[in-house]
Design a protein around this ligand. Structure first.
Ligand SMILES: NC(=O)c1ccc[n+]([C@@H]2O[C@H](COP(=O)([O-])OP(=O)(O)OC[C@H]3O[C@@H](n4cnc5c(N)ncnc54)[C@H](O)[C@@H]3O)[C@@H](O)[C@H]2O)c1
Ligand SMILES: CC(C)[C@H](C(=O)O)[C@@H](O)C(=O)O
Ligand SMILES: [Mg+2]
Length: 353
């Protein structure tokens, strides 16, 4: 297996480093030869080449069997709205050029962490839902975008084609068929033309999947119901921006942003990334939670290589680390939290035990 590593910025390199330890341990235990090739992306790539997603990085991704991505983003760009080149452009260009149209973002609870969520135990215990966030369309990419000549007016355009909606929705139906057979289409069809096309398209597909029950809900209502009664959901499909926002919200159910993994799937190579960002306040401090990225590697074994035992070996040791309290400060109890690097070492050692 040839894996491209894109650590990126902030805590990205630290969480990727721990994940590599875990992936290497899995390779050793199960007898896989795994090679890694590192490439720059984000602010690190701007510093090195002027381009947040250089051609060389793209080539390395295309040649890989899977990509592991850390995070991008740097306060020097976040605080300068006039910056012409931004790390986030690298992330978006990467998703677009690699054809990663579906970002699979599961939300689940960890038995030993239920009490870390600010939400009531009985509401969240047993939550098991998955968002399929459309990733290469919508307002993130629509044209025209920009400002008027005077710079006093700014605009973004939300665009979706039927084809873009159909391929994401079909994936949603297929996920639902393998799970609890409930699909929720999240939109704002009472206001937006794009959302009405989403609703219409999904309605047209319904007869092809008679075993799947489909519900249509407005995004504002889902924002509320998601934390009020998360167990009401199974598979949710939605556009790029709504999915971005709702999945950060959903991370509260599990207890920390540092826990939630994702898989970006599409037409070509598959990419695996935590849902969190570069958490600049923690960069270089060895305190960030590496588990979202480690669990993204579990998704890699499952989705890219169809190796379920290897994926389970990772999720099992993650659960063990949580139960035994070998965790970073965001989820640690009063006892001394472990460092990012200590969690990585512990997980790798456990896998090889
Ligand atoms: N996919 C990505 O690369 C991605 C995603 C989101 C944000 N960003 C970028 O990251 C930068 C920071 O953005 P932000 O502060 O809004 O989001 P963020 O996800 O980096 O951090 C938000 C908060 O979540 C928590 N958190 C995030 N990751 C954690 C981890 N591994 N362990 C423990 N706690 C964690 C922290 O409390 C943090 O303050 C920005 O430049 C933004 O553009 C990148
Ligand atoms: C950094 C940003 C462009 C990105 C997004 O909005 O997709 C992030 O929030 C994410 O969730 O991966
Ligand atoms: Mg986000």
């Amino acid at each position: 297996m040839n894996i491209a590593l894109l650590p990126g910025d902030g805590i990205g390199p630290e969480v990727i480093e721990q994940t590599v330890k875990v992936v290497k341990a899995v390779g050793k235990k199960f007898g896989h030869t795994i090679t890694f090739k590192e490439a720059v992306v984000g602010a690190a790539a701007i510093d090195a080449t002027g381009n947040p997603y250089p051609d060389e990085t793209h080539e390395i991704c295309l040649q890989a069997d899977a990509v592991l991505f850390g995070a991008i983003g740097d306060p020097k760009y976040d605080n300068d709205p006039k910056a012409k080149v931004r790390p986030e452009q690298g992330l978006l260009a990467m998703r677009k050029k690699l054809g990663l149209f579906s970002n699979v973002r599961p939300t689940f609870t960890f038995p030993s962490l239920i009490h870390k969520s600010p939400l009531k135990k009985e509401r969240i215990e047993g939550t098991d839902l998955v968002f399929l966030r459309e990733l290469t369309g919508g307002i993130y990419f629509g044209e025209p975008r920009g400002r008027n000549e005077q710079g006093t007016k700014a605009f973004d355009t939300n665009v979706y084609t039927k084809e873009e909606i159909t391929r994401l929705a079909r994936m949603g139906f297929e996920f639902a068929q393998k799970r609890r057979k409930l699909l929720t289409c999240v939109d704002k069809a009472n206001v937006l033309a794009t959302s009405r096309l989403w609703r219409e398209t999904v309605q047209e597909l319904e007869p092809e999947y008679p075993d799947v029950k489909v519900e249509y809900e407005f995004v504002d209502a889902v924002a509320m119901r998601l934390i009020q009664w998360p167990k009401a959901y199974d598979v949710l499909i939605t556009e790029n921006l709504f999915g971005d926002i709702l999945t950060d919200e959903a991370s509260v159910i599990s207890g920390s942003m540092g826990l939630m993994p994702s898989a970006s799937l599409g037409t070509d190579v598959k990419l695996f990334e935590p849902i969190h960002g570069s958490y600049p306040q923690a960069a270089g401090k060895d305190i960030a939670n590496p588990l979202a990225t480690v669990l993204s590697a579990a998704m890699m074994f499952e989705y890219a290589f169809d190796l379920k035992d290897e994926a389970k070996a990772i999720s099992d040791v993650v659960n063990l680390s949580l139960a035994e309290g070998v965790v970073t400060e965001d989820i640690a109890e009063e006892s001394k939290p472990s460092k990012t690097s200590e969690v990585g070492d512990w997980l790798a050692a456990q896998i090889l035990k």
